[in-house]
Design a protein around this ligand. Structure first.
Ligand SMILES: Nc1ncnc2c1ncn2[C@@H]1O[C@H](COP(=O)(O)OP(=O)(O)OP(=O)(O)O)[C@@H](O)[C@H]1O
Length: 804
């Protein structure tokens, strides 16, 4: 899609009527641009002025009219000029669907997965990002680089003198010579390395992971670090919004997350007291910033940072791209400051709270885009399930009790009597009482002969286990035009039965191959079914449905017994002894294990089973013994590990005996499950932080370029909110020395997180013509964001407030 040419041209040459920084009308410019230096400045190529904003700005129509025009326009939706040159576009991030080989994409996950430190042209290649140098980079450190606005703009160390209030922000025309040298100079890195070597040789401790004071910092584990302000910040007062966004709709944006290892995040410092900054502060609460800043200063003033401390004790952060910038450690710029004070930033301030296992052995350049986001496999899995859960291709027009929006889950529309000996139907349905999805299993045309049968089914509500599909209720209904019994159970999207999973061609004429299910997988099933039986038997019930068609696989090797309670209704017989039914459970359990181990459908198993003969050699004696125990009648009983006990007082086998005997396998599975849990928790911690970034982006998006406020001086292009516009350019519209877009995910995330945390780091914001430079801390910018946003949502705010 082509953007209108004239607009592109304007945007690219900085003639956009929207963006005219540094004009004579700009109050900021009047204050502080130094004309003589301005003349020498290298022009900064403006980028990214949207067609939308351009046309809006030049139009005198009302916002509503403009929107309508825009919607009707042929070019509606063409917003960013030069999209052809930008290989990273947010739409692709949002969906974050890897385009496998058929399309070359600048943001192709499959390519980023194969991380190539050099030569990979992906804009998300961290190696490339780290190696990016502005033109002046080539100069030796001693040579003053020429003034340039090409990016990355330099984030300067915290000079620590009290920050001026925002309205007195200093705008300077400062040649880079007075700033620091360009980042990542090999020469400087070499010096740094030598310095550390030197320290080591002197017996000094080299602390790669942050200052020793860090443990003293309180580290809350959640993102909510200050009281919320119900009257101010809509976004902040909905705790779920971040997660929601990060999971689905804004997959990519929500995915913007932890760069823990990249040392660019702002959470820990924020958690240590500055955290409130990021969450909707009413204008009057800025004092809290001061307090948190106090903490920060305290942190700096720790014993190791005392004046006179040898610089060599300064911890070196190996992951901090910025800490490698020359001049960061130098004392010349910050005379009289301590070693810690001269540190660029304490490590913790830009790291999220590390949680769970993580790899330590990666160099910064080896970190890939995957470190920023939820692992692709997991994300896809979650998203597919979520989509399947919400999908309703064909919804029945029947409402059953309090359930509506019924969707059939059975793939076979010509039903015959199934494994229960009856015709059953399965539906996904939504419960009116809570809006959740449930799975309804309907017994077609079934009349309950005895009221107690349904009561027996309700007993199953008490049984809760991770290996059982929980039964919530059972009732009779005529909603389907017959007399049906319905069981409402938990719903697990995209689950398949073990029969479907392991015997996908069953019932087809195709011959089966010889497939072996690995023993660890079988042990996994074994342990989970044993766990289900323990819960069932100890509740005084029997499963009575251990069948490959009634065990569902809800995620990788994760299974649950479904269909429980159905046999209790269909075959209700109060005369049958519970012990007998439980003994039958063991036999059915043994049969499905033999079936899977020999890759034989249950109906084709040769009976009576003699597992020792039937089970292939590849399985261990331990496994064979356990299966044999399941199939052996109680009268000849031995323990699953070959012992002689295992029966209860009535002479039957017990589930406790089984579990006792397979304890080593249970422990192994338990440990695996703990590890999996750790892994998932660390992902959750990472994703929690995404919400912060998403909220911040929403705020920035709602504040910037508000055309309908232009007559309001406080919202005008060159008013006090001007730095936010420059910040937007700094974060998203970076260009290199030849004016080409630089799309650097690391830079975007790092900047947003520093902004969110209200870091004291100074950032230089340049206007697009390069003549105006603002030196401002993220802390001040953060305040400005909060203040502007609060102004925006406060009903009485803004004299010219008009609603779109
Ligand atoms: N609780 C559940 N949540 C989501 N899907 C389920 C649930 N229980 C079963 N399913 C899925 O519904 C489909 C049909 O299951 P069902 O138990 O009816 O199997 P079946 O082979 O049709 O059995 P039958 O022979 O009794 O008809 C299967 O793909 C199964 O994975």
């Amino acid at each position: 899609m082509a953007a209108p040419k004239d607009i592109n041209k304007k945007s690219l040459t900085g003639e956009s009527p929207v963006f005219t920084p540094g004009t004579a009308n700009s109050p900021l410019r009047k204050i502080s641009v130094i004309p003589s230096l301005a003349a020498n400045a290298t022009p900064f190529t403006p980028l990214g002025t949207s067609a939308v904003s351009t046309s809006n700005a030049s139009s005198s129509a009302s916002p509503r009219e403009q929107l309508r025009d825009l919607a009707n326009s042929k070019d509606a939706g063409v917003s960013v000029p030069r999209t052809d040159a930008i290989s990273f576009n947010l739409a692709s991030v949002r969906e974050f669907v890897p385009r496998l080989s058929e399309q070359p994409s600048g943001f192709n996950l499959s390519s980023t997965k194969e991380f190539v430190p050099k030569g990979d042209l992906s804009p998300f290649n961290v190696a490339k990002v780290v190696e990016f140098r502005p033109q002046s980079q080539a100069l030796p450190p001693s040579v003053t680089p020429p003034s340039t606005s090409s990016v990355p703009n330099q984030a300067l160390p915290n000079p620590h003198p009290p920050q001026p209030p925002l309205n007195s922000l200093e705008i300077q025309q400062t040649p880079l010579a007075t700033q620091h040298q360009q980042p990542h100079q090999p020469h400087q890195q070499h010096q740094q390395h030598q310095q550390h070597q030197h320290h080591l040789s002197q017996g000094l401790h080299f602390l790669p992971n942050g200052p020793p004071q860090q443990p003293q910092m309180p580290i809350p584990t959640g993102p909510s670090r200050m009281p919320s302000h119900a009257n101010t910040d809509h976004m902040n007062n909905r705790p779920g919004i971040g997660g929601m966004i990060s999971m689905s709709a804004m997959g990519g944006v929500g995915g913007l997350n932890n760069i823990g290892g990249m040392n660019s995040m702002g959470a820990l410092g924020a958690m240590a007291g500055m955290g409130g900054i990021s969450y909707g502060m009413p204008p009057g609460s800025d004092g809290q910033l001061g307090q948190s800043a106090g903490l920060y200063e305290q942190y700096h003033a720790g014993p190791q940072g005392a004046p006179g401390t040898n610089l060599t004790t300064s911890p070196y952060n190996p992951y901090a791209a910025t800490s490698q910038q020359p001049g960061r450690e130098g004392t010349s710029y910050y005379q009289g400051q301590s070693a810690f004070a001269t540190q660029h930033q304490p490590l913790g301030e830009h790291l999220y709270f590390p949680h769970g296992p993580h790899r330590q052995d990666l160099l910064p350049r080896q970190r890939t885009i995957h470190e920023f986001f939820l692992p692709e496999k997991l994300r896809q899995d979650v998203q597919l399930k979520s989509r399947a859960g919400n999908q309703a291709a064909v919804t029945l027009s029947v409402n059953v009790e309090s359930y509506h929006s019924l969707t059939a889950l059975d793939t076979n529309s010509h039903k015959v009597a199934g494994s229960f000996g009856r015709i059953t139907w399965l539906y996904k349905a939504v419960a009116s009482k809570n809006g959740r999805h449930y799975c309804l299993r309907r017994l077609e045309n079934f009349r309950v002969s005895n009221e107690n049968a349904l009561r027996a089914a309700r007993e199953w509500r008490r049984v809760t286990s991770g290996s059982i599909v929980t039964v919530h209720e059972a009732f009779t209904t005529r909603a389907f035009g017959d007399s049906s019994v319905v069981f409402a159970t938990d719903y697990f999207p995209l689950s398949v039965t073990l029969m479907q999973y392991h015997f996908p061609t069953y019932g087809q004429t195709r011959t089966r191959g010889n497939v072996t299910v690995q023993e660890p997988v079988l042990w996994g099933y074994f342990v989970q079914i044993a766990n289900a039986l323990r819960a069932i038997h100890s509740a005084g019930l029997a499963a009575r449905c251990i069948d490959l068609t009634k065990i569902i696989r809800t995620s990788k090797n994760r299974i649950r017994l479904s269909g429980c309670a159905v046999p209790d209704v269909i075959d209700y017989d109060p005369t049958r002894r519970l012990q007998d039914l439980q003994q039958e459970d063991f036999v059915h359990f043994g049969e499905i294990m033999v079936s899977l181990a020999t890759y034989t459908p249950p109906s084709e198993l040769k009976k009576p089973l003699s597992p020792i003969d039937q089970l292939p050699e590849i399985y261990s004696p331990e496994f064979k013994t356990a299966v044999t125990w399941l199939l052996t009648p109680a009268s000849n009983m031995m323990t699953p590990n070959g012992g002689s006990s295992g029966s209860d007082s009535s002479g039957g086998k017990t589930i406790d005996a089984l579990i006792h005997s397979i304890a080593p396998q249970m422990a192994r599975y338990f440990d695996m499950s703990l590890q999996e849990n750790d892994g998932l928790m660390s992902q959750v911690f990472r994703e929690v932080e995404n919400g912060r970034i998403a909220r911040l982006l929403m705020k920035l998006g709602t504040i910037n370029e508000r055309e309908n406020y232009q007559r309001d001086a406080s919202w005008s292009e060159h008013g006090p909110r001007y730095p936010l516009k420059l910040l937007r350019d700094y974060i998203f519209h970076q260009v290199d020395e030849s004016g080409r877009p630089v799309v650097d995910a690391w830079h975007i995330l790092a900047s947003l997180n520093k902004l969110d945390a209200g870091s004291s780091e100074v950032v230089r914001l340049s206007s697009r013509d390069g003549r105006t430079n603002l030196f401002v801390t993220y802390k001040e910018l953060n305040k400005l964001v909060q203040r502007s946003f609060n102004d925006l949502i406060r009903p009485a705010a803004g004299p010219n407030r008009r609603h779109n």
